[in-house]
Design a protein around this ligand. Structure first.
Ligand code: ADP
Length: 321
């Protein structure tokens, strides 16, 4: 039998030393981690601070500025998305400014003519009655033109109100087109232009009849306006199980290919002089396209200069908002 006698004091000392070391190490680790997390968060928020300052600058009204795409992937992605939105806003702002400047120009033109006509009468105190009558009828024409522009502008503004403004009902499209042609016949007869209507089948659809009438009227009216005397305009109506199609074909002056995309833009006219002569405002096709889009439809053009033009409008038979 072996008997060992030893003091436990050393073991106790060692244990308490280890305990102390463990506490110190824990405190040290907590301090280091705390310092590290503060350091990292300072670093991270510095990038967000730059982003916030950039956004603030744009929010103050400097919308033509871009946000700096720097820092971590996420920050760069957020800044990139912001810049995309800013780009779209800038395009909208540019087109708004262009529209306002076009409207001002178009509205000013008749007023300038009226002023010139009235001033030339004022500078001729002994002008005879026939001259007065002639100038007055020119002034009335200019006033009518101003009125037409304002009416078309109001129609466009109504289209901009989108779906809320749609007054949808079930309408017989054959009768709607017959009514429009009846109204436009006197205009065509003045220039001995023949208008024909060929429906392939009876069509009933859910549409806003006021808006769609305006769109189809614009297309047929253009077929008459941009045509030679003794020409023709043919309207076709067809349908499948989802859509109906209104095709307006004329044998008029046609539209050169390079202008065919632009004719749907507000105030765009291929031949300004001819359009003005025929009382055009340059807004008709913009209104027609808006009407097609409001009905979730589409419009396309096919034209050959000197041979004629065909507009095809596709509208769903059932309206979905
Ligand atoms: P406008 O009031 O000048 O007729 P629109 O928006 O209706 O304006 O048409 C835009 C332009 O497209 C017209 O100025 C004209 O040059 C051209 N255009 C439209 N329809 C026809 C057509 N059927 N034949 C030839 N040109 C056309």
């Amino acid at each position: 039998m072996i008997c060992i006698i030893a003091s436990c004091q050393d073991v106790y000392d060692m244990c308490s030393y280890m305990e102390d070391q463990k506490d110190r190490l824990t405190i040290l680790m907590i301090t280091v981690m705390f310092a590290l997390s503060i350091g990292i968060s300072i670093l991270m928020t510095r990038k967000f601070k730059v982003l916030r300052q950039s956004v603030q600058y744009v929010a103050e009204g400097h919308t033509d500025e871009q946000i700096k795409e720097i820092g971590y992937t996420e920050v760069r992605e957020i800044a990139g998305r912001f810049n995309e939105i800013l780009g779209k806003m800038q395009i909208l702002e540019d087109s708004r400014q262009e529209f306002v400047s076009n409207v001002s120009h178009e509205l000013k033109t008749p007023i300038t003519s009226i002023k010139v006509l009235a001033e030339s009468l004022l500078t001729q105190p002994d002008a005879d009655a026939s001259l007065y009558r002639e100038f007055m009828s020119d002034i009335v024409e200019e006033i009518d033109r101003e009125n037409e522009i304002i009416t078309d502008l109001l129609a466009l503004v109504k289209m901009d109100k989108k779906v809320a403004n749609m007054n949808v009902e079930t309408v017989n499209i054959n009768e709607l087109i017959e009514g429009i042609i009846k109204r436009l016949k006197p205009l065509a007869q003045k220039r001995e232009i023949e208008i024909g209507f060929e429906p392939f089948r009876p069509v009933v659809a859910e549409i806003d009849s006021v808006k769609l009438s305006l769109a189809i009227t614009n297309l047929i009216e253009n077929g008459i306006k941009y045509n030679e005397d003794h020409g023709w305009v043919h309207v076709y109506l067809n349908a499948d199980h989802r859509f109906f199609y209104v095709k307006v074909e004329d044998n008029g002056v046609g539209i050169p290919e390079e202008y065919q995309d632009q004719i749907f833009e507000r105030f765009y006219r291929v031949d300004k002089a001819r359009s003005r002569e025929t009382g055009g405002t340059g807004l008709g096709l913009a209104i027609t396209r808006d009407v097609a889009l409001l009905h979730k439809g589409a419009i396309k053009v096919h034209s050959t200069p000197g041979e004629g033009t065909t507009f095809t409008m596709r509208i769903p038979l059932t309206y979905t908002s």
